[in-house]
Design a protein around this ligand. Structure first.
Ligand SMILES: [Zn+2]
Length: 247
């Protein structure tokens, strides 16, 4: 693939990375990624994916922006309060990189629409903020055989895991049943989804380009209070409600 002069300039630093190069950049330009949620996790993930030159970026979120979102959802601005988040995020990411094709799905992922929504994408980023959506994404990605990046955030704490369905430990291998929701909902500190969403973008870029080693079979946790990352080895669970009964 030949890149025009402006693309050569824009991506010069990553074209110079041997792990990416022109071949990796062409793969990024051909890739279709779906961000489910354009809030605290989806904002940084979308920024970096757009900046890196992802060909198609799908944004799925049915919510409108609330003033209380802006403490962490940095793809939006104060003037966007009351607007659909997919609209303001699309405008932000498009301004960063006009070459990215952005698709807006102004709807919440449900059991009914999940299959159709995922169909056109190569990789899914779970950037949602509730367990119901996370279990739904895990199930839909398993059914559609779509690789995905899970993330969860609470207060000062975050975690993330990359899943290749049928090959590596899935979200439900690790978390078979949803925990009770924390009451009242507090936090998170805005930088926590900033850190974790950025890691999710890195995983998506690595998946597309084949660079490095994915965060599979390893749950990465981050504690901003102690400023510690930890890695927990996880593996496929034969009793997993989604991908169990390993043959
Ligand atoms: Zn599983």
């Amino acid at each position: 693939m030949n890149f025009d002069e402006s693309a050569q300039q824009r991506y010069a630093r990553q074209l110079a990375l041997p792990e990416i190069g022109a071949a990796g950049q062409a793969k990024l330009a051909a890739a279709r990624l779906l961000l489910v949620g354009v809030g605290g996790l989806g904002s940084p993930a979308g920024f970096y994916l757009a900046a890196a030159g992802i060909g198609t970026l799908g944004l799925a979120d049915g919510d409108r922006l609330d003033l209380s979102n802006l403490q962490r959802q940095i793809a939006h601005t104060t003037a966007d309060v009351g607007r659909l988040k997919v609209e303001s995020a699309a405008r932000t990411f498009q301004a960063l990189n006009p070459a990215v094709q952005i698709r807006q799905h102004a709807e919440r992922l449900t059991e009914v629409n999940a299959g159709a929504l995922l169909r056109d994408y190569d990789f899914v980023i779970d950037a949602t903020d509730n367990f119901e959506s996370k279990y739904l994404i895990a199930a839909a990605c398993h059914a559609a055989d779509k690789p995905y990046s899970h993330a969860g955030i609470l207060r000062f704490f975050g975690q993330t895991l990359t899943v290749l369905p049928g090959q590596t430990a899935c979200y439900r291998c690790v978390f078979a049943d949803p925990p009770p929701p924390p009451t009242p909902a507090v936090g998170p500190l805005g930088v926590v989804p900033g850190v974790i969403g950025t890691i999710q973008a890195a995983e998506a870029i690595k998946f597309v380009t084949g660079a490095g080693k994915l965060l599979t079979n390893r749950l990465l946790t981050f504690d901003a209070l102690t400023m510690q990352f930890r890695e927990i080895a996880v593996r496929r669970n034969a009793a997993c409600p989604l991908c169990g009964k390993i043959s």
